[in-house]
Design a protein. Structure first.
Length: 445
């Protein structure tokens, strides 16, 4: 059971036996705060004190601390969660440690006076809307929204005007998470030569993007960075690439194969697995590749040697159906997605989503929940079942489950309409990651 500790003006929530996070601020009148990298909690009657490391700032921890002007985060803190400092309208100065790895979406939303903040070069994972409502730290160049020193690209300045071609300025080292999510017209991207990081979901759903030629200093491709880029045919990795995130090239059916450089030492789950339900593609590696044993699960799709001619096969759908018939929940969920996206067959999609959901596979629970909201067929609407499934998926840590709950409360589907609950669940969906970054409700002016 997790414990809460209150020390001075801050409440901490226990994460593990040795770590805590800042859960909330108990003093809304604070003007400055230095957040420590550890706390010591006294035991019973003051004996057996225990020290905990402070690792992150929780969702909305300092929300609406309107008198707060200065924040200092100690070395050792690794994450700032969504909405952590939302509405801190007096905040002008924030000092961030080099240990900071993640800054989640809307972390500094509506901090309209924040002018003095330097993002460490070691902070690679940044959401595109981290400074939502604060234009003082950003500028626009050729319809691209950039951080004040030009090192981070947050996406398009005019989101409604998506071009067919984008040239990332040479000053950019990081493309923020979700930067170009759903840019359906985008066909070509020319990257900065010093780019090191392509963030999570940065080009997800860019259906007309045709090729990825990695720049010479690229080190990391984030989770789902190119998921469902249906037009992607050519992928060339740089020799500096180290990490490929989970689902990075999932559902990219036109890729025939890739060569994986020896520099890659970490590949997330499904990072290079079958990219779509209906095709398989080859992964070419050198005989001495450090991940050779780890990649043997690819079977005949793993090609050891220097061959660069990739032959596409069409056996993937048959394999997916076979796995589904054998009871593989993930395969069943993917087959449901195939029937929905490729065959426009709501009945078959529902059938396979239901099969997978019965095995308590969280993504399938959320997908089946969407079926019951009428997303695919009005005849399937059953809001009570939808809410039950979304709740189960959310409780198992599925972001799409939280998004479904947000949608239900935003629209009054099976529950009383409640905008605050819709916002709360949407924030949790963003924290965990989900298929849409657009709230299912109208934002208030």
């Amino acid at each position: 059971m997790r414990k809460n500790f209150t020390i001075d003006d801050l409440q901490y929530e226990q994460l593990t036996d040795n770590t805590v996070r800042v859960a909330s601020c108990k003093n809304k009148n604070l003007t400055s705060i230095a957040i420590p990298n550890q706390i010591t909690v006294k035991g019973f009657l003051g004996f057996n004190p225990k020290t905990y490391k402070v690792t992150d700032i929780s969702i909305s921890a300092f929300k609406d601390c309107t008198n707060l002007k200065k924040v200092v985060l100690s070395e050792g803190i690794t994450e700032i969660s969504s909405f952590a400092f939302e509405g801190c309208t007096a905040l002008t100065e924030v000092s961030l440690p080099s240990s900071l790895t993640y800054i989640r979406g809307n972390a500094f939303k509506d901090c309209k006076n924040l002018t003095n903040i330097k993002i460490p070069e070691t902070t690679r994972h940044i959401r595109k809307n981290v400074f939502e409502g604060d234009d003082t730290l950003l500028y626009s160049e050729n319809n691209l929204l950039l951080y004040k020193d030009g090192s981070i690209c947050f996406g398009l300045a005019d989101k409604k005007n998506c071009p067919s071609e984008i040239v990332i300025p040479d000053s950019v080292k990081i493309i923020a998470a979700e930067a170009f999510l759903n840019c359906n017209k985008l066909k070509k991207v020319t990257f900065s030569k010093i780019l090191t990081t392509i963030g999570d979901e940065a080009f997800r759903y860019c259906e007309n993007l045709t090729e990825l030629i990695c720049p010479p200093q690229l080190e990391e491709i984030g989770m789902a960075a190119f998921e469902q880029c249906y037009g992607l045919t050519k992928v060339v990795f740089s020799e500096t690439l180290i990490n490929i995130g989970e689902d990075a090239f999932f559902r990219c059916p036109k890729i025939s194969g890739i060569r994986l450089p020896d520099s890659v030492v970490d590949i997330g789950y499904m990072g290079l697995d079958e990219c779509s339900p209906y095709c398989s593609w080859e992964v070419h590696i050198s005989p001495n590749h450090p991940l050779r044993e780890e990649l043997e699960y690819l079977d005949d799709r793993l090609v050891v040697g220097d061959e660069e001619d990739y032959d596409r096969d069409d056996e993937g759908l048959a394999k997916l159906k076979a796995k589904s018939e054998q009871g593989d929940a993930k395969a069943q969920d993917e087959l449901g997605y195939y029937y929905w996206m490729e065959e426009d067959d709501a009945e078959q999609a529902f059938y396979w989503y239901k099969k997978a959901a019965e095995q308590e596979y969280p993504p399938a629970m959320a997908d089946l929940g969407r079926c019951y909201t009428g997303a695919y067929d009005d005849a399937q609407i059953d809001y009570s079942k939808a809410i039950l499934l979304f709740t189960k998926a959310a409780n198992l840590g599925c972001g799409n489950g939280y998004y479904g709950l947000s949608e239900c409360y935003a629209n009054g589907w099976g529950v009383e309409k409640n905008l605050e609950k819709a916002k709360e669940y949407f924030a949790k969906a963003m924290e965990l990651g989900c298929e849409s970054d657009e709230p299912p409700y109208e934002e208030e002016d």
